[in-house]
Design a protein around this ligand. Structure first.
Ligand SMILES: Cc1cc2nc3c(=O)[nH]c(=O)nc-3n(C[C@H](O)[C@H](O)[C@H](O)COP(=O)(O)O)c2cc1C
Length: 205
């Protein structure tokens, strides 16, 4: 079992990083392999709708997005942890996820997803919803927790005081392990669900 974790914060050792250590403590105990990708201060550009990926199955900008697509292919689960910026995920996270999910053609069905939003005070639930859409639009079941997957803190390390947020993160990680294991068993017993040819209805007549 392997989980890919994307830390969307540019701050080293920030609150997202602290929350991730909580997730990692569970994965270590459960002997689940973790690979972490920290966006940091990299310049990640957005999708330019060039369509290169339709044929190539990879983004025209051959940067960390294409590298991450390969890592995602080899993972059973994906966790995205983002700081809240103006009531939304950090712009680099959105740029990265748009391109990752649009350009990569790897099988994403039944990989388990989980998202976390970390903020000083506001915009957490909107960010949580925003991030969950990448999973729900890609047939990825979501590991949920006991409450919202949010945690609070402004200065580095302040999230340490949000005991409920950290506890919820541990619960999500445990549920994610359970789901990944159950899905692996289900795949073995029944295979992946039948698919259908894509129908696209653009509402233009
Ligand atoms: C550009 C910017 C915008 C922010 N916008 C919000 C916001 O809308 N709501 C909020 O509660 N905190 C906001 N914050 C605070 C961060 O979400 C908070 O400091 C968080 O802990 C950062 O996580 P990190 O330490 O992992 O980088 C903002 C911070 C920055 C730098």
């Amino acid at each position: 079992m392997k989980v890919l974790i994307i830390n969307g914060s540019p701050r080293k050792d920030g609150n997202c990083a602290r929350l991730i250590t909580e997730l990692e403590s569970v994965f270590a105990k459960e002997k689940v392999e973790v690979e972490e990708f920290r966006i940091g201060t990299r310049a990640i550009r957005g999708c330019i709708a060039c369509g290169h990926c339709y044929e190539a199955g990879a983004c025209a900008f051959d940067d960390e997005v294409n590298a991450l697509a390969k890592k995602l292919e080899g993972s059973d689960g994906l966790i995205v942890v983002s700081p809240v910026y103006y009531g939304s995920a950090n712009g680099s996270v959105v740029a990265l996820l748009d391109r990752l999910f649009y350009s990569s053609h790897c099988e994403k069905r039944m990989k388990v997803g989980a998202a976390f939003a970390v903020a000083r005070r506001g915009g957490t639930t909107a960010t949580f919803d925003e991030l969950n859409k990448y999973f729900t639009l890609n047939q990825m079941p979501i590991a949920s927790g006991r409450y919202w997957n949010i945690a609070f803190g402004r200065e580095k390390g302040q999230v340490e005081q949000d005991l409920e947020g950290l506890q919820n993160a541990r619960i999500v990680a445990r549920n994610m392990v359970f789901l990944m294991r159950s899905i692996a068993l289900g795949k073995e017993a029944y295979g992946l669900p039948e698919t259908e040819e894509t129908v696209r209805t653009h509402f233009i007549r």
